[in-house]
Design a protein around this ligand. Structure first.
Ligand code: VGL
Ligand code: ZN
Length: 208
């Protein structure tokens, strides 16, 4: 009997989320060697990119008088403002140079609509539109996903929450993630929220 295929989903290993980038995740670069190594254990490897137009509503610079970290209402939902980051087709949006992308079957982009942000790799923050990832997995009858990448307390967290809502068996490889930690307890809260909805949190050494 053939076991069902599972997918490794590598989240946002882009220059702007690494030290020296526009929205650096502390020690985000440390996950790249593991992301490279773990790909060999999976038949299917997918990746995501935060992929904003220059006029994106999550950029503080697009709201006169506002600063990164401020909160505003954007098209009816609360939005934290960020530095300009991951602008489509710029160096900051590119995958990190040391990230091995040769085995990635498909890249999913998020955050394209200027009026709404998308932390999750499945849906925008208001669940209005899909990125295509859910349909991609469904077409291939993939029910088991493994997540790693940046940032643990935003994109990885919201991806795990949506994955559970979609009924996917969801594992988060913690040593393959780092958090932004805008608020001191954001990472702990993210871990609690993911656990509460049934995501399994593990370390890479626990993978078979
Ligand atoms: C992210 C903040 C802003 C993420 C994206 O992918 O975690 N965080 N945009
Ligand atoms: Zn973003």
């Amino acid at each position: 009997m053939r076991t069902e295929m599972s997918a490794l989903i590598i989240v946002d290993l882009q220059n702007d989320f690494l030290p020296g980038g526009a929205l650096p995740v502390p020690r985000g670069d440390e996950v790249i060697p593991l992301a490279n190594k773990l790909q060999r254990r999976f038949e299917l490897v997918l990746a995501t990119q935060d992929w904003h137009p220059p006029d994106h509503g999550s950029f503080a610079a697009n709201h006169p008088g506002k600063n990164p970290g401020d909160r505003i209402m954007l098209d009816g939902i609360e939005q934290i403002l960020w530095p300009v980051h991951c602008v489509q087709n710029t160096h900051g949006a590119e995958f990190a140079p040391s990230f091995d992308t040769s085995r990635i079957a498909q890249v999913f982009h998020k955050g394209l609509d200027p009026r709404i942000d998308s932390y999750s790799t499945f849906f925008d923050n208001a669940h209005r539109r899909e990125t295509g990832l859910a349909a991609y997995l469904k077409e291939r009858s993939i029910k088991d996903i493994y997540l790693l990448g940046l940032a643990l307390d935003y994109c990885v967290k919201y991806s795990a929450l949506d994955a559970r809502q979609l009924g996917l068996n969801t594992r988060v490889i913690l040593d393959g993630c780092r958090g932004i930690g805008l608020e001191p307890n954001d990472v702990d809260r993210a871990l609690d929220e993911m656990k509460r909805v049934g995501a399994i949190l593990l370390e890479s050494c626990e993978l078979l």
